[in-house]
Ligand binder design. Sequence first.
Ligand code: ZN
Length: 252
Amino acid sequence: MNKFSTSAITLKSYDLSESDKIVVLYSKEHGLMRAVAKGAKKTSKRAAGIDNLLAKRFLLMKGKNLDTICQSEGINHFSGIRNDIFKLSYSIYCSELINIFGIEEDPTSEDMYNLLYFTFENISKAKNPCNTILSVLKFQMNLMDTAGYAIELDDCVKCGHSFESQEMYFSTRSGGILCRECSVFDEDKKLISDKIRLFLKKVASSDFNSSFFYDKELKNEATLMFCLNLIKEYISLKSPKRIKSTHMLECI
Ligand SMILES: [Zn+2]
C-alpha cells in the first residue's frame, strides 16, 4: 500500500464510470493532479470530498495511472464564495487558469497553491465588488509572473524607453507598456495613465495582507475592472486553450 497525503484545492470533477468521478486538484506538493473519487456519484458529494473550490488535506493511494482518494479533511471551505454569483464566477475563472497554467509535479507548486488559496480566502471575505476584483487582479498578475509571462511595467517593452508621465499604452500582444512611437502599429493598444501603470506595479509586487491603495482615485469599480480586463485579455493570448469561464464573466 503506497499512500501519501497532500494539501490541495479541488478545481473540477467529471464522471469516470457509473459510480466514480475524476477530481482535478492543485496540490501544494505536487502541482496539478487528477485522482479517482470512488463511489463519489453514489455517496453524498461532500462526504466523498469532490465539491469544487475547497482546500482539503487528502490521503491518496498511488495508482498505476491515476491515484485514488482514500480520505479528505477540510482545510478551508471558502464559504463566502458560494452564495454570491459574482464571487463564484471569478473564483471559477481563477481555478480554470490554475488548471491551464499549472503543471504536474510543478516546481512552483507551493507558490501556485498559496496564490490560489489566498485569492479564494480574500474573495470569500471581500465586503464589496472592488475587493473581489482587486483579489482577482492580484491573482492574474502573480499567476503570469509565476508561469513565466511577467508583464513589463517599468520601461517600453519594445524600445526600453523609460516612463515618467508621458503618453503610454498597454499592449496585450506585447505583454507590457509601449511608448507612443512603438505603439503606432499595435491596433489593440489601450491608452493608460501613469497612475494606472504605477498601480498595476503595486498590485503585482504587494502581498494579500498589504494595503496598496495609495491613490483613492483608483479605488472604484470601473477603474479596477478596466485593469482586470486588460490583464484578462493578455492571459487569453498567452493561454494554450480557450478559457471557457471568460464568457460567463461577461454575462454577470
Ligand atoms: Zn518604445
